[in-house]
Design a protein around this ligand. Sequence first.
Ligand code: NAD
Length: 292
Amino acid sequence: MLVLDGKIVSQLLKTEISQKVTEFKAKYHRTPGLGVIIVGNNPASHVYVRNKEIACKNVGMNSIKWDFPEDISEDDLVKQIKKMNELKDVDAFLVQMPLPQHINTDKILDAIDPLKDADGLHPYNLGMLWVNRQIVAPCTPWGVIRILKHYEISIAGKNCVVVGRSQIVGKPMAHLLTQADGTVTIVHSRTKNISDFTRQADIVVVAAGKKHLMGKNDFKVGSVIIDVGIHGSGLSSSDQREKSKISGDVRFDELQGWVSAATPVPGGVGPMTIACLLENTLKLAENRMKIC
Ligand code: NAD
């Protein structure tokens, strides 16, 4: 079984981005900037944001973080987003999810300037993706496409099943696979006999958010398995014991000798998501410079 190593692929992508950032600086005499808005004290969110800041620094981009208390009102948060829309040094930004329950996520995403939408989650960008005029795609599914491309796993003509239909992973994933000429089925929490579908698939992307949901008997021999799920704390990323507790939606240990390739968790799709965020940021920065 080939282990699809997201750490290697993301590092290659980050090296490429870093070179492009150098060219950007030479051409426009400024540094691309990613903004991050974080609300509340969710420890996992703070770790993700910190990792994004480090990733920015490593490729030579600026990062700007605005931190707000858990009880910020929806209206005030929208006002802050509008301020960030206008901030000259910020080329793209994101609002870290999940948000506190009293805040409507759709309203927040709608308030982001689509031309600065680092996560590619604004309805305008999702719509553009849908009509095959991609500006930026949501980072996680785009990272999956990049891993498959890197390992020269062709999608065209393949039977693909996506497990999960969320706005940020499942649905855009299905669209990107369709765009790459795959024959795609989405299954979800209300689908009956899910393994009847996954056992027919050449490529399965599992994004159900259910720890160890699937194992070898859910898959066809020789198929390719992409595990998007992340479970477990893993918060102190420097602590190896904590890291080893992280697991995915797939029982990876069962796959050896059964499937042809699979992503591990950690070290598969996760690192690709941040690299694709940087890629989106640079793309939006270049687009801004062209219209300025
Ligand atoms: P979500 O909860 O928004 O959506 C889960 C989807 O899976 C839903 O559409 C639901 O219908 C479906 N589902 C739930 N239980 C199911 C079951 N038993 N069988 C089949 N389908 C089922 O989650 P999400 O935001 O799409 O994230 C999915 C997973 O991916 C989570 O574990 C999340 O932490 C992880 N994630 C990882 C990254 C990354 O960078 N690797 C990024 C985003 C999300």
